[in-house]
Design a protein around this ligand. Structure first.
Ligand code: KG4
Ligand code: ZN
Length: 343
């Protein structure tokens, strides 16, 4: 890799949950490397992420992952203009590994440090493959820990207009998958199985939540699925896992699409994007493509590899923060419940 005079290179680090990841980003949108060491196989044994195991694995992997990201990019540490690192929200022990590594590198090399919000990273993943995408736009962030409807007013400027009152969308996928015996992580497994099922086979509820038209609630839907399964078992009827998966998935997607399109119309935006692990769901993408076309809104989404946790998205978000002059000090700490737009 030849670094040109005006190039800005960011080394990005992500360790907020169960992926240890590092990436090198050129000029905010070009991914020179994107290394992800996933712990999924390990946590599958326990049916979900075990925080203490996650932290220990991050410590084992972090240096190797960073070295790989630099060598795949054909770059040296000394080529980097900034180190971007996720400092929240997430698991505190997991976050601390990435934050500590980034601080150590910054201290040793004098390369500026930029703390990045994990959700800002997910949203920014949309910039990687959509060179024409610029704020303002509406973004639906649906991951294992978050379901937010966000107005992206400018780079780094966000207003959350809707959020989940209980479970996140990904959490609902994981819990329903467990109930029908699919194991962890449930999202991709429900996505696959639902292709063999009938989405209209079972009428699961579409939750309406109080006064805010943009808020979500998924715990009632999860209970409805569990009740349906128990009911069948009590009556001695067999269940069709594929129909349950397809009908559950449709109930989630219907609500996400309805609230998102309502927001786009009410706020008068002509661009809409999705982000987060659940955004890699194939039916969800199809439903949004259709809805956006109908509403004459441009639709953006990252490739699946940039939807689930990765460091490239942190590098992109970090680039725009860096350009705005944001710098973190060596007292940067992990903030497990960091709010979007706060520093
Ligand atoms: O964004 P992410 O990797 O981590 C968080 O920041 O939470 O999201 C992980 C979540 C998990 O709940 C997983 O089941 C879900 O995203 N997920 C999916 C799909 N792939 C991952 N949900 C539905 N369909 C998928 N294809
Ligand atoms: Zn995430």
């Amino acid at each position: 890799m030849e670094k040109k005079e005006n190039d800005t290179l960011i080394l990005a680090i992500e360790s907020s949950c169960d992926e240890t990841a590092a990436a090198v980003i050129r000029n905010g949108r070009e991914v020179l490397s994107n290394v992800i060491s996933s712990q999924i196989a390990l946590h599958t044994l326990y049916g979900g992420v075990v925080p203490e195991i996650a932290s220990r694995k991050h410590i084992e992997k972090i240096n190797q992952v960073i070295e790989e990201a630099l060598s795949e990019a054909g770059a040296e540490l000394s080529d980097m203009d900034a180190i971007a690192v996720t400092y929240g929200p997430g698991l505190v022990g997991a976050l601390l590994v990435g934050v500590s590594a980034a601080k150590a590198i910054s201290f040793a090399t004098d390369i500026p440090l930029v703390g990045v919000h994990h959700i800002e990273g997910h949203i920014s993943a949309n910039y990687i493959e959509n060179p024409d995408l610029e704020p303002p736009f509406v973004c639906l962030v649906v991951s294992g820990g978050h379901s937010h409807l966000v107005l992206v007013k400018d780079y780094g400027e966000y207003e959350i207009i809707g959020r989940t009152r209980d479970d996140a969308a990904g959490e609902a996928f994981d819990k329903v998958a467990r109930a029908i015996g699919l194991g962890y992580p449930g999202g991709p497994k429900i996505d696959k199985l639902s292709k063999e099922g009938n989405p209209d086979a079972i009428k699961f509820p579409r939750a309406k939540v109080g006064e805010n038209a943009y808020d979500f609630s998924f715990s009632g839907l999860k209970s409805a699925v569990l009740n349906y399964i128990n009911g069948c078992q009590m009556k001695g009827e067999s269940i069709c896992e594929a129909d349950i998966a397809a009908s559950f998935q449709k109930a989630v997607i219907d609500v996400l699409v309805e609230h998102s399109m309502h927001a786009v119309k009410q706020f008068g935006y002509d661009k809409f994007a999705i982000a987060g692990g659940v955004a890699s769901n194939s039916s969800l993408r199809g439903a949004f493509e259709e809805a956006c076309a109908k509403n004459k809104v441009n639709f953006y989404h990252p490739s699946p590899i940039f939807c689930t946790d990765n460091a490239a998205m942190i590098g992109v978000a970090g680039y725009y923060e860096f350009q705005k002059g944001v710098r973190s000090n060596l007292d940067l700490n992990a903030v497990p419940n960091l709010k979007l737009g706060e520093r």
